[in-house]
Design a protein around this ligand. Structure first.
Ligand code: NIG
Ligand code: FE
Length: 407
């Protein structure tokens, strides 16, 4: 039985900087939180346990990155250059570039090469205190290549100290071999790909890109119905480039989240509130495609829809490998507050992730997954730009990351 008391720390157990405990301690037994709170209140039974001194650092729940496409091959720097010259993201997609160009590279890559390239994007996230990450498929768009992506995602979760949940995003784009036959492709997604991959245990949730350059409301609904037949939770890329009513559809299907949402209207916000869906905002994509339409923060606040922040790590709209940078962007670009962005990468992100019972909050009985920050104020997590702040990551009570600090 392994027992440790972590002490000399400041505790932000809920991911909410308005509710913290200074001079706190955390008792961990066999990887689980046995007790946490103010040192002055610590029951006597923990006093003899071996101790680890955190020298006054801040402790938060391990961060949750609840929307990523980090498994893919290649990169799209040439397309970035085209966009800098004035071509829009949507135009590039219509010309057969965009997502489909990453599909070509991903189909061609071996599973090992895909693993190595994806691991290089996961590692910087882990060095920032991320202990849970959602990873989508969607650059295979055929059974074998979607399977390869999801297997790589699972393998990342096995090889790295992080909880991975996979999302099948077969309905991400129309593969070239189905040009002009999007209904047939949706048949393929619903009747073959999803059932086969679910049977193989590779799918934890199902996502759809509902957009003019993605799939229609009717097509999206068919995918959601197929997910329901498998008892799989759903989520949606909705209202990213236009207001199509996707978020309301997702809400009707009890979605974990609707994501992007720059063009979301009040009816969509109200529907999300009614369904308890999380609004996942992706400031990296907003920034990188130079969007000017802001997500409706005031409406989301008024309806008290929980808001999460994520990297959307992907080669086309957000080649990001830093969740802290997304927190900074969410404050500066979206004018979110520090408590909002911190909750957005902990408690609210864990809801969108689909496992709020184990992630995003530190409480007795839960896994001892936490991040240790060498900062004076938690606001610094959103304040610094590109500065490594995470000193240590503890997962299941074990230190799984430590920044090299001069002795
Ligand atoms: O989240 N919008 C659709 N999917 C991704 C972008 C994918 C890509 O361009 O490769 C997103 O923005
Ligand atoms: Fe995305």
């Amino acid at each position: 039985m392994k027992q440790t008391v972590w002490h000399n720390l400041k505790l932000c157990a809920q991911g909410d900087p308005r509710h913290t405990v200074e001079d706190a301690a955390i008792a961990v037994e066999d990887g689980k939180l046995a007790w946490l709170g103010a040192v002055a209140d610590m029951p006597a039974q923990y006093a003899p346990w071996p101790r680890e001194d955190l020298h006054g650092a801040w402790v938060t729940p391990g961060l949750v990155d609840c929307h990523t496409h980090l498994v893919y091959a290649g990169q799209r720097a040439d397309e970035f250059a085209q966009r800098l010259a004035g071509v829009s993201y949507e135009e590039i997609a219509r010309q057969g570039g965009g997502i489909v160009s990453t599909v070509r590279a991903t189909r061609a890559a071996s599973e090992d090469a895909l693993f190595a390239q994806s691991a290089a994007r996961l590692e910087p996230l882990l060095a920032e205190g991320v202990t849970a990450v959602e990873i989508k498929s969607g650059y295979g768009l055929e059974l074998a290549a979607e399977r390869k992506m999801l297997r790589v995602a699972r393998r990342l979760g096995d090889r790295y100290p992080v909880t991975v949940r996979t999302t099948f995003l077969g309905a991400h784009a129309l593969p070239p071999e189905f040009a002009g036959r999007s209904g047939d492709y949706i048949d393929e997604v619903c009747e073959h790909m999803l059932p086969a991959l679910a049977d193989e245990g590779l799918v934890d949730a199902v996502d759809v890109f509902c957009e003019r350059i993605g799939f229609t409301l009717e097509e999206s609904e068919r995918v959601f119905e197929a997910a329901a037949r498998r008892n799989l939770p759903v989520k949606m890329h909705a209202e990213q480039l236009s207001n199509g009513g996707g978020a309301a559809l997702a809400a009707r299907h009890g979605a974990l989240s609707a994501d992007h949402l720059e063009f979301l209207d009040e009816a969509g916000v109200a529907a999300m509130k009614g369904a308890g869906s999380v609004a996942v905002l992706l400031p990296g994509a907003y920034y990188f495609i130079r969007e000017t339409q802001l997500p409706p923060l005031d409406l989301l606040r008024r309806y008290e829809v929980p808001i999460a922040i994520s990297t959307d790590s992907n080669p086309g709209t957000s080649p990001a490998t830093s969740l802290l940078l997304m927190m900074n962007m969410a404050t500066t670009l979206f004018r979110m507050t520090v408590p909002e962005v911190l909750l957005g990468v902990t408690q609210h992100a864990a809801r969108a992730f689909g496992d709020a019972d184990r992630h995003g909050t530190l409480a007795t009985g839960r896994p001892a997954d936490f991040a240790v920050w060498r900062v004076q104020s938690l606001a610094e997590l959103a304040y610094w730009i590109g500065r490594p702040l995470c000193e240590r990551v503890v997962r299941g009570g074990e230190t799984v990351f430590r920044r090299n600090l001069a002795a």
